[in-house]
Ligand binder design. Structure first.
Ligand SMILES: Nc1nc2c(ncn2[C@@H]2O[C@H](COP(=O)(O)OP(=O)(O)O)[C@@H](O)[C@H]2O)c(=O)[nH]1
Ligand SMILES: [Mg+2]
Length: 303
């Protein structure tokens, strides 16, 4: 029992070790032995927070609060950051992926390459392991290979799939909801396209899918997940804003955290968009999905 938790903790620590170094380690090392928060120290700290991908606004706010005050000493900078980051994560909402006894629809959005289809494979596997009936709606009908890739994932996970080559994505989702209601599925995972080059069309397509879900399954639990690649850093935040305007996002899945030094984007997303991160991708395999937990993440960062 104890060993299990210990291993779990070590894994997370390893996953976030690069982020911990740039976001915490470097700053604490250079600040904690200073006499006071001089302009020089504060500037240095701000630069480091920005290069850790925390965002310019947030970085300067954190530093501004240390200016002209005597309560917090440089030796306490680690605690200052830790308390602050935990609060930001908590204020963004709970980390638990929603699930009810009725039909649950997970609407997966994000730009090409972020990891949407992989996330659907991982979620299908997770829900199948929990004994749920899982249906995948192949709503990325734009790229020829997309449905094929999803088909492979669905077989691997043992989930069923609704796909119709080159059909209107909204009609695929419509069909999936019909099938799910008739055949008592617990979960629908909706894959979507992510070509941001044609932003207007993409957003219209997503709105249309959302309105099909609203009309056809008004009582279903809905979770609208934005998939963000951790390595895109602050760009990811801009993407998030675009998607938030089109659909009502409820949470974020951060992928490719394995090896990334830009995990600070979790904090930027929480602060700027008030969206909780609920899932974290830590590899390309079906089992490389973790439930995100704010306390565990902060402990792993600051340990
Ligand atoms: N290292 C790593 N790679 C990932 C992760 N999630 C997805 N990928 C890879 O990212 C690439 C794009 O993923 P895909 O699911 O096709 O993205 P989509 O275009 O959003 O559907 C693939 O090569 C995946 O194997 C992750 O958590 N970690
Ligand atoms: Mg895809």
């Amino acid at each position: 029992m104890f060993g299990f938790f210990k291993d779990k903790f070590n894994n997370l620590k390893e996953t976030v070790s690069n982020t911990a170094q740039v976001l915490v380690g470097n700053i604490v090392n250079s600040v904690e032995n200073e006499e006071e928060f001089s302009e020089f120290v504060l500037d240095d700290m701000e630069d480091m927070l920005i290069s850790a991908d925390l965002g310019v606004n947030y970085a300067s706010e954190l530093v501004d609060r240390l200016r002209n005050q005597t309560k917090i000493k440089p030796s306490e900078v680690k605690k200052y950051l830790k308390d602050e980051f935990l609060k930001v994560l908590k204020d963004a909402g709970g980390n638990k992926l929603k699930y009810t006894d009725g039909l649950n629809i997970y609407f997966i959005t994000g730009v090409n390459g972020a990891g949407k289809t992989t996330l659907i494979g991982k979620l299908a596997y997770k829900f199948k392991n929990e004994g749920k009936r899982v249906l995948i709606a192949a709503g990325d009908t734009f790229r020829a290979a997309a449905e094929e890739q999803l088909d492979i994932w669905s077989k691997r996970a043992g989930a069923d799939i609704v796909r119709r080559d080159k059909a209107d994505p909204a009609s695929v989702v419509y069909e999936a909801i019909e099938k799910a209601s008739k055949e008592n599925y617990d979960v629908i995972l909706v894959d979507t396209a992510g070509r941001l080059q044609n932003k207007f069309n993409l957003m219209e397509e997503l709105k249309k899918i959302k309105s099909v879900i609203d009309k056809k399954a008004p009582d279903a639990l809905r979770e609208c997940i934005l998939v963000l690649d951790a390595n895109t850093g602050q760009n990811g935040l801009q993407q998030a804003k675009v998607f938030t305007e089109a659909v009502n996002l409820t949470s974020v899945a951060l992928t490719k955290l394995d090896g990334s030094a830009k995990g600070a984007i979790i904090l930027a997303v929480a602060r700027e968009l008030k969206l909780p991160v609920k899932l974290v991708g830590v590899g390309e395999k079906m089992e490389d999905l973790k439930a995100f937990n704010s306390e565990e993440f902060i402990e792993a960062l600051f340990e």
